[in-house]
Design a protein around this ligand. Structure first.
Ligand SMILES: [Zn+2]
Length: 103
C-alpha cells in the first residue's frame, strides 16, 4: 500500500513524480463509493490496471457539479492516455473535464 502522501506526489497514470504544474482531469464515476478516504483506487477492467484518484470532498462544488474523482497527471500525454482509458469503461466516467475548468 502506498501512503496518501506518495499517491498525491505522483502521476496517476505513469507514476512519475509530479512537477509543480499539475495537470489532470476530473471525472464522474457512476460506481463511486462514498468514502472518507482522500484517495480511491479505481479499477479499469478494459485497461487491466488500477489507478489512484483523489476523491472530491462531500459538499464541494466539484462534487455538486458531478465530479466524483480527480486524476492528477504529469503531462498532456498522460492526460490523453488517461482520457482514452476512461472512455473505454462503458460510460462509467461519462463526465470529464480538465482540472482547471472545474469549480
Ligand atoms: Zn505521467
Amino acid at each position: 500500500m502506498k501512503t496518501d502522501e506518495r499517491i498525491a506526489g505522483e502521476c496517476c497514470w505513469c507514476e512519475r513524480d509530479l512537477s509543480a504544474t499539475i495537470q489532470g482531469i476530473g471525472a464522474s464515476d457512476t460506481e463511486a463509493i462514498l468514502s472518507q478516504g482522500t484517495f480511491h483506487e479505481v479499477h479499469l477492467p478494459k485497461s487491466e490496471r488500477s489507478i489512484n484518484a483523489a476523491m472530491t470532498k462531500p459538499g464541494s462544488v466539484a462534487l455538486t457539479e458531478g465530479y466524483h474523482l480527480m486524476f492528477a497527471t504529469c503531462s498532456e500525454a498522460c492526460t490523453q492516455e488517461l482520457k482514452k482509458a476512461l472512455s473505454l469503461e462503458n460510460g462509467r466516467f461519462e463526465k470529464q473535464s480538465n482540472l482547471n475548468a472545474i469549480p
